[in-house]
Write a protein that binds this ligand. Sequence first.
Ligand SMILES: Cc1cc2nc3c(=O)[nH]c(=O)nc-3n(C[C@H](O)[C@H](O)[C@H](O)COP(=O)(O)O)c2cc1C
Length: 213
Amino acid sequence: MRYSFIILFLLLTSAITLTKAQDLKVIKLPDPDKTGGKPLMQILASRQSSREFSKEPLTAQQLSNLLWSAFGINRTESGKRTAPSARNWQEIDIYVTTADGTYLYDAKTHSLKQILEEDIRALTGKQDYVKDAAINLIYVADMSKLGDVSEEDKSFYSGADTGFIAENAYLYCTSENLAVVVRAMIDRDKLAKKLNLRSEQRITLGQTIGNHK
Ligand SMILES: Cc1cc2nc3c(=O)[nH]c(=O)nc-3n(C[C@H](O)[C@H](O)[C@H](O)COP(=O)(O)O)c2cc1C
């Protein structure tokens, strides 16, 4: 009797977990448009940080282009990316927080895997504008991918590797006339908990992106 009760309980809880997992979406992004954009020297002449965002969402094409520019695969044969990484460790993951939930960018399939249904944009930074902007990218370094190097080198490499990605995003946003700012002011403990990060995963920076107000 007692055992059948336990089995029933286990069946019920696993059914709830399954239903929950089934609710989470996988969004295949449109192919990135690798043509066009403004000339590089014009982009460099106008790159800047902005902190005023409208609430208007990005289009699927803009999101696709943004993520591919930031850290997409640009050489399918080797799986190498638009930004360099120390020893090609590719340890940075990009979490995308939107009004429709939180997603993890999968460069291999160029898709977004939903990890949370709720809107956690307000939690992604200590400044007021983060909650209104279309998206906040959260850069997360998986330190377990960094091989046998010192803690100091791990921090240095993950910081440097994030910088290249964030700059790629700046350049795309400038070309597309989107507002963008990279951010260190994050309550990392609170956000890591919300994202269910493992102990080897460390939030490096955030980046807020959207249309200009
Ligand atoms: C590592 C790093 C951390 C930053 N953190 C923040 C931040 O938390 N909040 C913010 O509003 N801007 C942040 N910024 C943006 C800088 O304030 C900005 O780049 C600087 O004022 C120069 O302005 P510009 O980007 O328009 O050239 C950060 C920039 C970098 C590179």
